[in-house]
Design a protein around this ligand. Structure first.
Ligand SMILES: [Zn+2]
Ligand SMILES: [Zn+2]
Length: 87
């Protein structure tokens, strides 16, 4: 099955590089997208502030459906904290 929402790597070289550097994240995001489409996972508002425009944050990329929903701001903050902790 082809994914029609896939960005064109020629237009997004940074994303293409990110994808080749992070295959497990790409896989987890894809799996999550399918799970949402199939109704297995529901998008939720930000866990911290309730912003309805939230993104899925994975703790563990081997569990694509195990996510925390965070708005852009809190998602960035979560990653900053992960980096600070050295993971
Ligand atoms: Zn938030
Ligand atoms: Zn994240």
């Amino acid at each position: 099955m082809s994914d029609q929402n896939e960005p064109n790597p020629a237009k997004f070289p940074a994303q293409a590089k990110w994808r080749s550097d992070n295959p497990e994240k790409v896989w987890a995001q894809r799996a999550l997208r399918s799970a949402i489409k199939a109704g297995l996972v529901r998008q939720q508002p930000c866990h911290v502030c309730g912003d309805p425009d939230a993104e899925a944050h994975h703790h563990d990329y081997s569990k694509p459906a195990d996510v925390v929903w965070l708005c852009r701001k809190h998602h960035k903050a979560a990653h900053r904290q992960l980096r600070a902790e050295g993971c």
